[in-house]
Ligand binder design. Structure first.
Ligand code: ADP
Length: 573
């Protein structure tokens, strides 16, 4: 049955009860009034008539006219007979009156008249009493019926009032609870209303929705689990060690290779707070440490199975941007290690080879230099113009070869960690002056002015004077090489937070942005460069960093470049 129909039915039942109650009430009131009317009208009129007859008979002796009052009243009484024996008594009354009409002084007839009138009065009094009782009884009866009907209606109305709100509200409460359960991802929740109304339809629709959500959740979960497995397998199959941390530095995963390298079991590290594990594991401590500078610090030497291995470390911050959100949030870090031992070994072999070759080349180059010097000085004979030119070329190329061999030797020294530093407290101005002195001729040849701008009081730096001058000469040589003729070079010396910075600025072609990150790499030259070896800046970087300093480049293509070296102050306050 539909709820709409049930509500209508409930209201209709209550309305019907109301009508029945009203009907019973009306009927009872009618009945009562009828009884009361009867008593008043007929019997009371008879009592009046009899009173008139008695009073008229009393004054008959003195007023014979009263006989007509008697006659008229009798006629009225005869029309108003209501009780059973009233007829006979009225007949007797007629007899008496007729006798009095014949003789008004008939005392016997007068006596009888009074007797019969009183008898009729008594009879009607009786009737009034009886009818009054009947009316009382009828009223009691009506009250009884009314109370009964009211009780019945009350009970039914009570049942309807008690049950009906619950009948409508209970399913809504259940529905609310079930919706809350679904909102809490309890997709097993179902509604059961077997009542063949709108609520049952609602329950069916709700259950279908829950089922679909359940299916979706399970398929999603299965997909997520599958993808998780896939990613775990990929990570485990990786030949390089990988470790994943969440944003609170708890270890989320570590593949076989990482576990082997750390010499830890899965139970000892997965789910653990990495800094806690790192307390007893030196390698993990190095791995989770965020290095400020790249390169060196991210190169780890690890002994695996008794052999030295080299790993490059990459610590990647993972950030996540939720759809529709602005900005991203950190969700963890991934530590990637790459075994670079084979490259390192090759590099070492190459460095050793270059060192040996350069060293071996030094002697023949020295004799070459001497020979060309002798030829150029014309000590072994005069040269014609053609021969002079050739001798000059020979001399230039020998100088180039000497520079290259020296640089290669420097580089191999740096790479094998054999740079011998002689640190002392030196004046940066002094170092700059020496470097300018070395390139003075070159600058004059191309008419390039070298200007030094310095703050008034520059403290000494802690540096290896020879290596630092070498770096400055290299920077100035490059600046001269890439400056236009008649140009200028600015050198700035300034102090910033316990460091002295020397910048060499040229106004030449500058360096394209895409090459800037590789400019300090070994043998790197901007494509199209014909002069040089591509080693100067690489060696400069090694020299500066070995002294605890840093080197940087700022350049705008088409406007020139600024190379800056920063060295620690000698006696910082
Ligand atoms: P090189 O001996 O070739 O000069 P460097 O290591 O000193 O080797 O320089 C590497 C490369 O960087 C150079 O070949 C050149 O292309 C570029 N370079 C260096 N200094 C400058 C500069 N001041 N202006 C433009 N390019 C420069």
């Amino acid at each position: 049955m539909r709820i709409k129909f049930k509500v209508t039915l409930g209201v209709f039942v209550l309305f019907t009860f109301l009508v029945i109650m009203g009907g019973i009430g009306l009927y009872s009131i009618n009945q009562l009034s009828r009884n009361t009317q009867n008593i008043l009208k007929d019997n009371f009129e008879t009592l009046e008539y009899m009173n008139t007859i008695i009073r008229a008979s009393d004054s008959l002796a003195i007023n014979p006219q009263m006989i007509s009052v008697l006659k008229n009243t009798l006629a009225a009484q005869e029309m108003n007979i209501t009780e059973a024996s009233e007829q006979a008594l009225t007949f007797s009354l007629r007899d008496d009156i007729e006798k009095l009409v014949a003789s008004s002084s008939d005392s016997f007839a007068l006596h009888n008249l009074r007797f019969h009138a009183v008898a009729i009065q008594e009879l009607n009094m009786e009737a009034i009493k009886r009818k009054s009782e009947t009316a009382t009884n009828a009223a009691a009866q009506a009250t009884k019926y009314l109370v009964l009907a009211a009780t019945l209606v009350g009970i039914v109305a009570f049942i309807i009032i008690v049950n009906f709100p619950g009948y409508v509200a209970n399913p809504i409460v259940q529905l609310t609870q079930s919706i809350k359960a679904i909102a809490n991802k309890d997709y097993e929740e179902r509604l059961h209303f077997s009542r063949k109304d709108e609520f049952e339809e609602l329950a069916v629709a709700f259950n279908q929705m829950a089922e679909k959500l359940d299916e979706y959740e399970h398929s999603n979960l299965a997909n997520i689990l599958f993808e998780k497995k896939r990613i775990e397998t990929i990570i485990n199959r990786m030949t390089d060690p990988v470790i994943g941390l969440d944003e609170k530095k708890y270890v989320v995963f570590a593949n076989e290779q990482a576990l082997q390298l750390l010499n830890l079991t899965e139970e000892k590290i997965i789910g653990q707070y990495a800094p806690d594990v790192a307390v007893e594991n030196d390698l993990l401590r190095k791995l989770i440490k965020q290095e400020e500078s790249e390169d060196r610090a991210n190169l780890l030497k690890i002994v695996v199975a008794g052999k030295e291995n080299y790993f490059s470390k990459q610590l990647i911050d993972i950030r996540y941007t939720a759809t529709g959100e602005k900005g991203d949030i950190p969700i963890g870090q991934v530590i990637l290690l790459k075994n670079i031992t084979p490259y390192k070994e090759l590099d070492l072999a190459r460095t050793n080879f270059i060192a040996t070759i350069s060293h071996e080349l030094k002697t023949p180059i020295a004799s070459l230099q001497m020979c060309t010097q002798l030829i150029n000085d014309q000590r072994i004979g005069n040269l014609n113009e053609e021969q002079k030119k050739l001798a000059q070329t020979l001399s230039d190329e020998t100088a180039r070869l000497t520079k290259l061999v020296n640089e290669l030797l420097d580089l191999s020294q740096v790479e094998t960690g054999n740079v011998k530093l002689t640190l002392s407290s030196v004046s940066p101005q002094r170092l700059v002056e020496q470097a300018i002195e070395s390139v003075k001729l070159q600058a004059e040849r191309r008419n390039i002015a070298i200007q030094v701008k310095e703050a008034e009081e520059i403290p000494n730096v802690k540096a290896d004077p020879e290596k630092t001058t070498w770096v400055l000469i290299n920077l100035l040589t490059n600046a001269l090489r890439y400056s236009p003729e008649n140009g200028k070079i600015d050198i700035t010396i300034e102090k910033k937070e316990n460091h002295i910075y020397v910048s060499v600025q040229d106004f030449g072609q500058g360096i394209e942005e895409k090459y800037q990150s590789r400019i300090f790499d070994k043998f790197f030259q901007v494509p199209g460069t014909t002069k040089g070896t591509g080693l100067g800046l690489a060696i400069s970087k090694e020299f500066v960093e070995a002294q605890g300093g840093l080197i940087s480049l700022q350049s705008k293509y088409g406007y020139g470049s600024v190379f800056t070296i920063g060295l620690p102050e000698s006696n910082p306050s």
